[in-house]
Design a protein around this ligand. Structure first.
Ligand code: PMP
Length: 383
């Protein structure tokens, strides 16, 4: 028997209630029940995005929602700033290039977070910049960007702040309305504990205004149509209704725990994971690590690709490896979505055993002890 444990930053494990709900008979997506379902889901998503703005439901992965943001907000002659500190920041740039929009890149060394001052300086030189495109958590490195500070800079200017919260929604704080973020995009298979297949976008009034003059081609991801339909409890085209059913279960769990508590839980899991990593004598990769996942810089002697493969095949434990230039050099452990303290204990104890097994000198048990101590301290502080 081999039990499987999934610690990737998407897809993430799905709660049993949500899994079971997908086995119920499929329904017509324009039925009264579906309208009620979609309205309920859209309302609960507002709580998750910490906004009063409408949330648009798309049938796509996260990249579709990113593409929707680009095509609905921008015109061919616009200039934007793209913060590139990893694979997903790069994706914003690739999307702009695909649609012929020129961008200024702010390149940040992978593992680091952008210095908001650099963005302010760049905007000072180019005040006509239409938008700043950033990630919240750069999943390829585990680094968190300071979106609150970026929003302080953009909200005083005509520049929109567009945030990819694909991985970090529910795990790292993002107060769209309070901070003044203009656009947020995300998707189903990460903090929202639902299978891949649903994308989300939400825009504030400034961003909706921009959609009026945007001239890039758009059809499937026309957010105006998605918004209009959403107000009626519908979507413009046949939606992935099965996943919407599952999403409702997941959202019910999130809303009954409370969005702020969900984020606090992720903060606790991340703190314990980081503490464990250090206790094992390993280094964190990100300078300002997110709550979403922990990236670990592997010692030179460890072949990261072979390690990830061995852990999955032999131990049934799936971590994510490094991407692009980080391939083989880091591993990424997500503590995202349907995760609690004992999931972290499993992830860390497997890491210790796996490293020991490949001959790396690791103090077995030290990581688990460190994580347990963090959890114990946290629970006694709460009591
Ligand atoms: N942005 C970020 C920050 C991500 O983590 C991911 C997926 N790992 C994406 C974008 C792309 O999302 P998808 O694969 O769902 O299209």
């Amino acid at each position: 028997m081999k039990k499987h444990f999934l610690f990737t930053p998407g897809p993430t494990p799905i709660p049993p209630e949500a899994l079971l709900s997908m086995a119920s008979p499929i329904d017509y997506h324009r039925s009264a029940e579906a309208v009620k379902l979609i309205k309920d889901v859209l309302e609960k998503l507002k709580a998750v995005f910490q906004t009063q703005n409408d949330v648009m439901l798309l049938t796509s992965s996260g990249t579709g929602a990113m593409e929707g943001a680009v095509t609905n907000l921008l015109s061919r002659n616009d200039r934007v700033i793209v913060i590139r500190s990893g694979k997903f920041g790069e994706r914003w740039g690739e999307l702009c290039t695909a649609y012929g929009v020129e961008f200024d890149a702010i390149d940040v060394e992978w593992g680091n977070s952008v210095d908001p001052q650099m963005v302010a300086e760049r905007l000072g030189k180019r005040p006509e910049t239409k938008a700043v495109l950033s990630t919240l958590c750069e999943t390829s490195t585990g680094a968190l960007h300071d979106i609150e500070s970026l929003a302080q800079i953009t909200k005083e200017r005509p520049t929109l702040l567009v945030v990819d919260a694909v991985s970090a929604l529910c795990a790292d704080d993002l107060q769209m309305d309070n901070w003044g973020v203009d656009v947020v995009v995300s998707c189903s298979q990460k903090g929202l504990m639902t299978p891949p297949g649903l994308g989300f976008a939400t825009l504030n009034d400034r961003a909706w205004e921009a959609t009026k003059s945007a001239d890039l081609p758009r059809y499937y991801f026309d957010l105006r149509k998605a918004r209009e339909s959403g107000l009626e409890g519908s979507v413009p085209y046949t939606p992935a209704i099965t996943f919407i059913v599952a999403l409702q279960y997941a959202l019910n769990l999130i809303c009954s725990e409370g969005v702020r508590n969900v984020i606090a839980r992720h903060a606790r899991l991340a703190e314990a994971t980081r503490s464990a990593v250090k206790a094992l004598g390993l280094n964190l990769f990100a300078s300002n690590p997110a709550n979403t996942l922990t990236s670990i810089r592997l010692p030179e002697a460890v072949d990261g690709k072979a390690f990830v493969k061995m852990m999955r095949e032999k131990h049934g434990v799936t971590y994510a490896g490094g991407q692009s230039g980080l391939s083989g050099k880091i591993i990424r452990i997500a503590h995202l979505g349907w995760m609690g303290e004992y999931d972290v204990i499993v992830a860390i104890s497997a890491l210790e055993r796996g490293l020991a097994e490949i001959g790396y000198d690791v103090p077995i048990g030290a990581g688990v002890t460190a994580a347990q101590e963090v959890f114990h301290r946290q629970s006694t502080n709460e009591a």
